[in-house]
Every structure is written in structure tokens, then in C-alpha cells.
Write a protein that binds this ligand. Structure first.
Ligand SMILES: N#Cc1c(-c2ccc3ccn(Cc4ccccn4)c3c2)n[nH]c1N
Length: 250
């Protein structure tokens, strides 16, 4: 997968050099290019913003730098053999970024992220490119950030971990919160490791029993308990009859 990021804060994307994404880059599973939007400005102040038409607070990011940057990025990718790009626009007004959307994006060969600042990008930029390639406008949550770079880090990590061979244990996806299967729409339950006792707190006995069926049942019960407590909305999403009455009275 090729990832391009166009930003006025390229240093914000330094975390893409470390940990899971950094290792995937080193193994050649991810080809990441971070671009400084100001390289496509030609005035002495490298201006990327201007006042909003219609008045209102803040500034809007100008069309030309984004158009020139995206044209250059697209030309470079095509020239190097990349195909089927999609643009990902982080925005507070976007569709919720979910595990399902992460799975969809992980199936694409080339993502171009356009994290903006100020009040966002002139709408005509999105309209220009949406006319010829898929554009995903996504929000990582119901809170307001000052820009889209943090969202790029979130989306990139959620997508990269789904790429074949990136997560060491191929089974790890199976128990993901929100992943399809028996744990779909359930949050992960508690996890434990050695020592068996710590400051007088012991491990749930079932986890030391070696009885895989009982352990699986306990984990599912704990996931249901945590989901009921923290995300009752997810319980409603589960298929009717997923849990018998006893399950839900825990
Ligand atoms: N994803 C995501 C986001 C963002 C986000 C993403 C990109 C930009 C570019 C500028 N701003 C500031 C801003 C504040 C208010 C109204 C418009 N724009 C962004 C905020 N906020 N919250 C999320 N879940």
C-alpha cells in the first residue's frame, strides 16, 4: 500500500516512522510519502489560507496549493505504478471512522490523506477530485480538533494493522472489538499476565484452568459485561437472540 500525506505540519507525521507503521515501512509493506503543502506556494509568505467568503470566523485553506499538490502526488504515484488512489479527508463533518471503514480502506492500494488546518479546505478542492476518484470524508470522533493530522495517525494505524503480515499474530484481528465474528460489536474484556498474584490481587481462576471452553465463555461474558457498562449502544447492534436472558442480566 502507498500512503501520501499532504500537510503544513510534516513533522506531525513523525510517528509514522516508529512502531507498527514504522516496521511495516521498513519491511516494504507500506510506502509512505509525507509532503509539505507549502512547497506548492509561490509568495514570499508561503500563504496557504485566506478569509472565508460570506464572512465568519477563522481562515480557509486556499484552492491552488492543494490542487497543485494533489496533481503532483497523483502524477508521481501513477508514474511509479500505483493505481486506484482514494483521497481521505479528515473533517469534523465527515462520516464516522469505524473498524468497518478501516477494513474497507485497508483493501485499497493507495490512500492520499489531506489533513487541513484553520476552518478546513475550500470545498471546490474536494469537488474537483471527487469527480474522478473516490473521496472519503471521515471523522475520528465527536470532538473538535485543531486540524486533521492526528486523524491521519489514527486512520493509518487502524488500516496498517489490518494489512497482511503487519500484525505478528495473524489471529489478533479475530478478537478485535468491532471485528466480524462471535465478538462482533463487543469490547475486549480484561487481560492478565504474570505474576499470578500482584499486591494481593490474583488472576481469575478460570484463566489458570486450562479449560479452553470455559475460558472462551468467561472472556465472552466479560466482554458482554464491559460492553453493557460502557457501550450499551453496541449491544443493540448485536443480532437478535445473540444473548440469552441470563447473559444480559449479568
Ligand atoms: N477527523 C477529524 C476531526 C477534526 C478535524 C479534522 C480536520 C480539520 C481541519 C481543520 N480543523 C479544525 C476545525 C474546527 C472546527 C470546524 C472545522 N475545522 C479540523 C478538525 N476535528 N474533530 C475530528 N474528529
Amino acid at each position: 500500500m502507498r500512503l501520501d500525506v499532504v500537510t503544513i505540519f510534516p513533522e506531525y507525521l513523525e510517528p509514522l516512522n516508529v512502531s507498527l507503521v514504522g516496521k511495516a515501512r521498513a519491511r516494504g509493506q507500506l510506502d509512505v510519502h509525507v509532503h509539505d503543502l507549502r512547497e506548492w506556494t509561490y509568495d514570499r509568505h508561503n500563504t496557504v489560507d485566506d478569509t472565508p467568503y460570506g464572512g465568519g470566523p477563522g481562515m480557509v485553506m486556499k484552492t491552488d496549493p492543494w490542487g497543485d499538490a494533489l496533481d503532483t502526488v497523483l502524477a508521481d504515484g501513477y508514474e511509479k505504478g500505483s493505481q486506484a488512489p482514494a483521497i481521505v479527508v479528515p473533517t469534523p463533518s465527515g462520516r464516522p471512522f469505524t473498524q468497518e471503514l478501516a477494513v474497507e480502506l485497508s483493501g485499497r492500494p493507495w490512500l492520499i490523506f489531506t489533513p487541513a488546518r484553520y476552518e478546513g479546505i475550500d470545498r471546490r478542492v474536494v469537488d474537483e477530485y471527487a469527480a474522478r476518484i473516490p473521496v472519503y470524508e471521515v471523522s475520528i470522533g465527536d470532538y473538535v480538533l485543531a486540524g486533521g493530522e492526528a486523524a491521519v495517525l489514527v486512520v493509518t494505524e487502524a488500516v496498517a494493522r489490518l494489512l497482511p503480515g503487519v500484525l505478528g499474530n495473524a489471529e489478533s484481528h479475530r478478537d478485535d472489538s468491532f471485528a466480524p465474528g462471535p465478538m462482533a460489536n463487543l469490547l475486549e474484556g480484561p487481560v492478565y499476565t504474570k505474576p499470578p498474584a500482584w499486591r494481593g490481587r490474583e488472576i481469575p481462576e478460570v484463566l489458570l484452568s486450562g479449560h479452553h471452553g470455559k475460558i472462551a465463555r468467561w472472556r465472552r461474558d466479560e466482554a458482554l459485561r464491559r460492553t453493557t457498562a460502557n457501550r450499551p449502544d453496541l449491544i443493540e447492534r448485536c443480532a437478535p437472540g445473540s444473548f440469552d436472558k441470563k447473559d444480559r442480566e449479568m
